[in-house]
Design a protein around this ligand. Structure first.
Ligand code: TYD
Length: 215
């Protein structure tokens, strides 16, 4: 049986990455082989592209350049990690995928949706996840949570996109909610504005059928 391709999406500071690690643990505890990965990144080449993509020394980078970098990393990730895992029956839990590009480069940076879709066709054939968990919360809250976490982890851990203003993140959040409304069968919206235990309960519910199948 093919594995399921599940993505975790949301603003920086939405808690998606923490919950992704927790969810990976649930699958492993249930005796299921699962691949936990992220974008940009996921492969050695992808990690090198991630370093370039997030480096603050470039300051302003053209939105189409960002899109090309991201899709270069994504194609390698699909070919090297994601599709081979799914083909051998493993589930893949991935931190961000093309929905991030549609909202960050599309609505955040103003890259035309048609341009993103053309590059997407070339790089992935328009591949979409089987399921997407969208961690939703107000951008002000995401920003304060995200930055305090980064400061705790490393004193200078602010990347290039962290320096965007609140209006950028408002466009990104609205864009995510529009994507979810357009494909309700793929998206589960997780309200991540509350306590971590409450968010975790919603994540578990959104993955309950896959976890039951893993047992
Ligand atoms: P991520 O690793 O999720 O950041 P964080 O650890 O801060 O939550 O993603 C890194 C940044 O890359 C994030 O600000 C979003 C951005 N990004 C895009 O702009 N477009 C994309 O397609 C992807 C995958 C990420």
């Amino acid at each position: 049986m093919k594995g399921q391709f599940v993505t975790f999406e949301g603003l920086d500071g939405s808690g998606k990455s923490t919950h992704l690690q927790t969810a990976g643990g649930w699958f492993r505890d249930a005796g299921c082989e699962v691949v936990v990965t992220r974008e940009p990144g996921g492969t050695p080449l992808g990690r090198a592209i991630r370093g370039v993509f997030l480096d603050t020394q470039w300051e302003r980078v053209d939105g189409r350049v960002e899109t090309l970098l991201i899709f270069a990393s994504r194609r390698q990730h699909l070919c090297e990690i994601i599709e081979p895992a799914l083909d051998t029956g493993r589930h893949v839990l991935c931190d961000r995928f093309t929905d991030s590009t549609l909202v960050y480069q599309g609505l955040g940076r103003g890259v035309d949706r048609g341009v993103i879709e053309q590059i997407d066709q070339l790089a992935t054939g328009g591949r979409r996840p089987d399921r997407t968990l969208l961690f939703d919360l107000p951008p002000e809250l995401a920003q304060s949570r995200g930055q305090s976490l980064k400061r705790a982890a490393e004193p200078n851990g602010i990347d290039r996109l962290d320096s965007e203003d609140l209006a950028f993140y408002e466009r990104v959040r609205d864009g995510y909610l529009e994507l979810a409304a357009a494909e309700p069968e793929r998206f589960a919206i997780i309200d991540s504005s509350g306590e971590i235990a409450d968010t975790e309960r919603q994540v578990r519910q959104a993955l309950a059928d896959l976890l039951a199948g893993a047992a």
